[in-house]
Design a protein around this ligand. Structure first.
Ligand SMILES: *[C@@H]1O[C@H](CO)[C@@H](O)[C@H](O)[C@H]1NC(C)=O
Ligand SMILES: *[C@@H]1O[C@H](CO)[C@@H](O)[C@H](O)[C@H]1NC(C)=O
Ligand SMILES: *[C@@H]1O[C@H](CO)[C@@H](O)[C@H](O)[C@H]1NC(C)=O
Length: 443
């Protein structure tokens, strides 16, 4: 079925109300909601929430449709205006999945009673809501619920049903629909895109897409590489590029991060690494890591540890929807050992669960922690600041925010914490990822 989805790819996303776009890009504010964030919050409760969250972070290997959405916290949210008149909806921005979906309601009258404002998309309150017919080519782009319902193309009112599942078993199920979506463009004009394909979710279940771990979101904006993702659908109008800079949210007040769809006029300071493709999944943005360094010393990890095999197992993805970074077990052990050798700080009493390496930095104003860097394919080096991989789990306790990939065939993940402070440009047209430490002030 996946193959069908991939092959059916070109049918969607052609029509837009405005054809001649001289707008460079769309700029959508990203909100950050995270249990780790504000230093003023009670640290102990943060750590407790963090550890319950980590148990959910385990990904199943090699699933074509998975997402970091279920990480539940440490997420970035984006507002999407859907329908006519526009209804604002808060979605998790997720580069680890493709589908855009929102919680839908069939409510017609007195909706504020059953549905607090903006808690769901009210399909009947929009004049531009359009259901894809089950025979519509677009319907082949989404996975369907089982057992399949026969599609009779001569019958009207047989909507396209979708069922999209995440790797923790969370599910969104409903109708695959089309809507007008509105944006404020970078030039201040109101822009409309009249046929955004999205899932109108009526049955939503599972820890990552409902309940408190969904953090009040009404859906997910899939920013993956597949045909139904937000960036693929809007990409044609905006040069097949998007970028974001996740700013350091521990700064008070937290700065605003943006998701930019389109070209962000020449930033010459970009370093580039090719985006790799997985033969089994078009969703993820894979990059190639070749070596890892601790304080500029190359660790003795065989480059093959990082590689994706012919079946699509292994490899490394860049994912805005996952909070922490996951490294292959072997590499993880080497990093751990190298850091442990270099840091002569005491370990805290009762180390937080889920972290293998923590230090008690009590009384040390500027603890010196090793520099971690990754040599990437294309001869570029990604050197994140220490704050991207050491987090404060409680007062005076700093833990290495890395996790091992333990499942066979599992892949590594550069999570959103590791991405902070860099402008990342996903250039899908050129199949490359650019990153820049100096680009954030402009984004
Ligand atoms: C499809 O629907 C038409 C009209 O409702 C009906 O005449 C026809 O028998 C149906 N075909 C199948 C295969 O069910
Ligand atoms: C555009 O900006 C105005 C003013 O800030 C705001 O009220 C409106 O909701 C925005 N519309 C969209 C579609 O983002
Ligand atoms: C950290 O060290 C300080 C001073 O040595 C000590 O008082 C404190 O209890 C330690 N904290 C933990 C969590 O181990």
């Amino acid at each position: 079925m996946l193959l069908i989805i991939l092959l059916a790819f070109t049918h969607i996303c052609h029509s837009a109300t405005i054809n001649s776009d001289n707008h460079h890009f769309l700029k959508l504010p990203l909100l950050h909601i995270n249990p780790l964030q504000s230093p003023s919050q009670a640290f102990s409760s943060d750590a407790a929430r963090l550890s319950s969250l980590l148990s959910n972070l385990h990904r199943k290997p090699n699933l074509p449709v998975t997402s970091g959405a279920y990480a539940g916290a440490g997420q970035y949210f984006v507002t999407l205006h859907l329908g006519t008149p526009p209804q604002p909806l808060l979605l998790i921005a997720d580069t680890g999945s493709d589908l855009i979906w929102v919680t839908c309601s069939a409510c017609r009258d007195d909706c504020s009673v059953t549905r607090p404002a903006h808690s769901a998309f009210l399909a009947r309150h929009s004049s531009s809501y359009w259901l894809h017919h089950c025979f519509d080519p677009a319907c082949r782009l989404v996975p369907h619920p089982r057992p399949p319902v026969a599609c009779n193309h001569t019958r009207l009112h047989t909507p396209c049903r979708y069922e999209y599942s995440y790797s923790d078993g969370s599910i969104t199920n409903g109708f695959f629909a089309k809507e007008t979506t509105s944006f404020n463009s970078s030039t201040g004009k109101l822009l409309q895109h009249d046929s955004l394909a999205f899932g109108c979710g009526f049955k939503i279940s599972g820890p990552s897409v409902s309940g408190p771990s969904f953090n009040g979101a009404q859906g997910v904006m899939g920013l993956g590489r597949g045909p139904i993702s937000f960036v693929t659908q809007l990409g044609r109008r905006f040069g097949n590029k998007f970028s974001y800079c996740l700013k350091d949210y521990t700064i008070a007040p937290p700065p605003t991060s943006y998701l930019l769809i389109g070209s962000t006029t020449g930033n010459s300071r970009f370093r580039y690494t090719p985006l790799l493709t997985n033969p089994l999944s078009f969703t993820f943005y894979y990059i190639g890591i070749q070596n890892v360094y601790v304080d500029n010393l190359k660790l003795r990890v065989s480059p093959s540890v990082w590689e994706m095999d012919k079946l699509g197992n292994g490899g490394t993805i860049v994912d805005s929807g996952t909070t922490l970074t996951f490294l292959p077990d072997t590499a993880y052990r080497h990093v751990l050992a190298a850091i442990r050798r270099r840091v002569k700080l005491p370990t805290p009493a009762g180390s937080p669960p889920n972290f293998d390496l923590c230090f008690n930095v009590s009384g040390i104003r500027r603890p010196s922690l090793p520099k971690l860097s990754f040599k990437l394919v294309g001869n570029s080096v990604f050197s994140p600041p220490v704050g991207n991989y050491f987090i404060d789990t409680s007062e005076n306790v700093k833990c290495l925010a890395l996790q091992p990939v333990t499942s066979p065939g599992g892949f590594s993940v550069i999570g959103n914490l590791m991405q902070q402070g860099f402008l990342f440009e996903f250039d899908i047209g050129r199949s490359q990822l650019g990153f820049s430490r100096s680009g954030c002030s402009r984004a």
